[in-house]
Write a protein that binds this ligand. Structure first.
Ligand code: FAD
Length: 465
């Protein structure tokens, strides 16, 4: 092994979206096998250019500040660089004489390209590259049905996933020694890396906040999760998605505690996260291409897409969802389902347009979960009933029975009672602000048109095969 000037064997730990010190396999292994560890984060210029979301950038910066604080309290620091993560990692490895670079493996094409480039450079510069689990509870590729390298359908995947033991979380290292004489580098200011302003509703980023939320959730939220998770105003879900996306908390740790409490419904949702990760890892092109092409000829209707995006469809439950998204950078799963079904099926606008909007606004936007869910809803992905269309009125009556969600986010309808708030076109005009638009489509007609188009394309596909 090569030695640092200070005499210890050195490893670099490259942090990406695993911004924590607890239950971090790569960090734990580095500390166990090396005397000196250089924790590195690289502001990836290419990635930053493509991220439009001020909410996510804000969350990322808070998470990095928290990680730096944790590492400092362990006697170390976070080394921060800017540029190409592979180039900067190699540069740091060479500067410190590191023999090993460790990182958490990830599933997207962008991440696998980075991993492949690191592997090539590892051979060239003679350091060992160790990619460890960390992004999922059960890593992509760990479970596979007979005859395939991944699962395409959720239920059998969930069955196997639940049979897989979840190990106890790893402790944070007690102490960390970093190489002497390194400039730690500055964390970027928000306006250096993002042009917009984050929503004040975005949760605080970082492991400390993630752990606080997790503790509170396990104590006070989890017991009523199954009964209340779909109620739109209840705020009865964990709100851990952004912390999970940035790895401020370990998904395995969340699953471990949920398993201890026998929280089957919640574990099922965590499993969806892993399901979509393994789906993306096996089908990296699905960020752009349909996983199951249905010969869709989507409506090329910019105006309809803009009405949807701006919450002006005339369907209060859809508009409330989209306005909450714009305002707060987060919406409940049920609101995502309703809004996504409306765009891709009722308006028959390409799901990619919707996925892009979500990705720009959601603080928890995650390639695997966003794309996987959008394709699922649009019927081009893993849904085994791809042509079902959610009825926005039925959904509204069921999940917002008193209309509180709509009234909270659609001020034009605040004067309406539960009986009419979801169908303002039936209410007295005196009670509805004239600023609120009439329905953009008749839902029944739109749903029938969608099913007919899908039926024709299904016939074409089966006719040509
Ligand atoms: P909880 O209900 O408390 O669930 C706990 C955790 O389980 C979540 O934090 C999340 O990590 C995972 N989870 C729950 N539901 C799902 C699901 N359907 N798919 C995958 N993981 C799930 N989730 C994202 O994290 N990022 C996204 O970009 C994203 N895009 C979505 C797009 C659409 C069209 C839809 C329908 C869903 C999307 N989801 C996405 C999934 C889900 O809506 C969110 O994870 C959830 O609402 C986050 O809130 P929570 O943390 O309170 O969830």
């Amino acid at each position: 092994m090569r030695r640092t000037p200070s005499g210890g064997h050195t490893a670099v730990v490259l942090f990406t979206r695993d911004l924590r010190v607890r239950d971090h396999e790569a960090l734990a292994e580095a500390v166990q096998t090396h005397e000196v560890v250089a924790p590195l984060f690289v502001f990836d210029e290419r990635l930053l250019r493509s991220v439009q979301s001020a909410n996510r950038i804000h969350f990322l910066l808070e998470s990095l500040a928290d990680l730096r604080q944790s590492l400092r309290s362990l006697g170390a620091d976070l080394i921060v660089r800017r540029g190409d993560p592979v180039g900067e990692t190699v540069r740091l490895a060479r500067a410190t004489g590191a023999t090993t670079v460790l990182a958490s493996a990830d599933a997207s094409r962008y991440a696998s390209d980075r991993e492949e480039r690191l592997a090539r450079d590892a051979a060239r510069h003679r350091f060992e590259l160790r990619l460890l689990d960390g992004a999922a509870t059960v890593a992509p590729g760990a479970l596979a049905p007979a005859g395939s390298d991944h699962y395409r359908v959720f239920t059998p995947y969930f069955r196997r996933w639940r049979e897989t033991p979840i190990r106890a979380p790893l402790e944070a290292p007690r102490r960390l020694r970093i190489p002497d004489g390194l400039d730690p580098g500055e964390l970027a200011a928000p306006d250096e890396v993002s042009s917009g302003t984050a929503s004040s509703a975005v949760p605080r980023g970082g492991e400390s906040e993630g752990r606080r939320r997790l503790r509170r959730w396990l104590r006070a939220g989890l017991p009523t999760y199954d009964a209340r998770r779909d109620a739109l105003v209840a705020n009865a879900t964990s709100r851990l998605s952004a912390h999970l996306h940035f790895g401020c908390i370990s998904p395995r740790e969340v699953a471990f505690h949920a398993h201890e409490q026998g929280a089957e419904g919640f574990l099922r949702q965590l499993c969806w996260r892993d399901f979509f990760l393994q789906l993306l890892a096996a089908n990296p092109r699905t960020t752009r291409e349909d996983m199951r092409p249905r010969e869709d000829h989507w409506n090329d209707d910019d105006e309809a897409a803009a009405s949807w995006r701006e919450g002006r469809t005339g369907y209060p439950i859809v508009d409330a969802s989209m306005r909450q998204l714009a305002l707060e950078g987060w919406i409940p799963n049920r609101a995502r389902l309703i809004a996504a079904s409306f765009l891709s099926k009722s308006l028959y606008v390409d799901w990619r347009i919707g996925a892009r909007t979500f990705s720009d606004l959601l603080v928890d936007a995650d390639v695997a979960s966003n794309i996987g869910n959008w394709q699922w809803v649009a019927g081009t992905g893993a849904d085994t009933r791809p042509n079902r269309v959610l009825n926005p009125l039925a959904q509204a009556r069921r999940f917002d029975p008193h209309g509180d969600y709509v009234r909270r986010y659609v001020p034009e309808l605040r004067g309406l009672e539960a009986g009419s708030v979801h169908e303002p076109w039936k209410a007295s005009r005196r009670l509805v602000s004239s600023a609120y638009p009439p329905p953009i489509v008749d839902h029944g007609t739109a749903a029938a048109r969608f099913r007919a188009r899908r039926q024709r394309s299904t016939d074409r596909v089966s006719g040509s095969s």
